[in-house]
Design a protein around this ligand. Structure first.
Ligand code: NAD
Length: 244
């Protein structure tokens, strides 16, 4: 039997990066996957993947989330991946930057989890996996709003884990180190000296390299599968030693 056979999984931010890799990995492991994103064009590339159906969903739009769940059967797995990096210190951060960081990185998880939980409670089983970051617990330069919002993800995760631990529902977070993804390329390209910037991003990991999206998907796979049934409320660092 495949690792996720018989399970229905919902993935946010699935058009690229960690979300895409995880949607593909879940499907390959036998899950029925609904892959969602706001980027309809990129998302459509997943339409031909066996086991995956796609659906445009803006996780910052509560009405859209409610409409989406109205038509869906219960999910066994929710992978909350959508998030954005605000670059800068507290002195660079506007209220709009702060609100954007918290709305996309945290409030979306509140709304998605709130919507998925009734189905999981009725089924008596479920695994919610939230993408946080090493920036949640290690102070990093120019990650003020990002670090604060990703730390909030850890608190949200533990609160959900505590409330539904007797319902067969688990909630865990993953803290990636620096991972090669499309948006990392954008962040590096924004530096005056992109070559030096890439070296600095690489140097953050004592392993001397960036992580791959597949390495984060592998952690998500563990937390989604029954291999981790005794694990809830925890955070898993997948970071090339960044947090040692
Ligand atoms: P990415 O940033 O390259 O892609 C993000 C995806 O999210 C895009 O497809 C985008 O269309 C989608 N998206 C943006 N706003 C959305 C919305 N409102 N609703 C639905 N989808 C939306 O991908 P990534 O770099 O793999 O990052 C994914 C997650 O991993 C983020 O939460 C990020 O903070 C976290 N993370 C990334 C790294 C890294 O180094 N790449 C490290 C730690 C944590």
């Amino acid at each position: 039997k495949k690792r996720l056979e018989g399970k229905r999984a919902l993935v946010t931010a699935a058009a690229q990066g960690i979300g895409e890799a995880t949607a593909r990995a879940f499907a390959e492991a036998g899950a029925t996957v609904v892959a969602t994103d706001i980027n309809a064009e990129k998302l459509a590339e997943l339409d031909s993947v066996p086991g995956i159906t796609t659906q445009v969903l803006n996780v910052m739009d509560r009405a859209a989330i409610e409409a989406f769940f109205k038509d869906e059967a219960a999910f066994d797995i929710l992978f909350n991946c959508a998030g954005t990096v605000h670059n800068g210190s507290i002195l660079d951060c506007t209220d709009d930057d702060w609100d954007m960081a918290f709305n996309l990185n945290v409030k979306s998880m509140f709304h998605m989890s709130q919507a998925v939980l009734p189905g999981m409670i009725a089924a008596g089983t479920g695994s919610i996996i939230n993408i946080s970051s090493i920036a949640a617990h290690k102070g990093l330069p120019n990650r003020f709003a990002y670090g604060a919002s990703k730390a909030a993800v850890l608190g949200l995760t533990k609160a959900i884990a505590a409330d539904f631990v007797t319902n067969g529902i688990r909630c865990n977070s993953i803290c990636p180190g620096t991972v090669q993804s499309p948006s990392l390329n954008d962040r590096i390209a924004a530096f005056e000296d992109p070559v030096a910037a890439r070296k600095q991003f690489v140097a953050r990991q004592p392993m001397g390299r960036l992580g791959s999206v597949d390495e984060i998907a592998a952690a998500a796979m563990y937390l989604a599968s029954d291999d981790s049934v005794f694990t809830t409320g925890t955070q898993m660092n997948v970071d090339g030693g960044m947090s040692i």
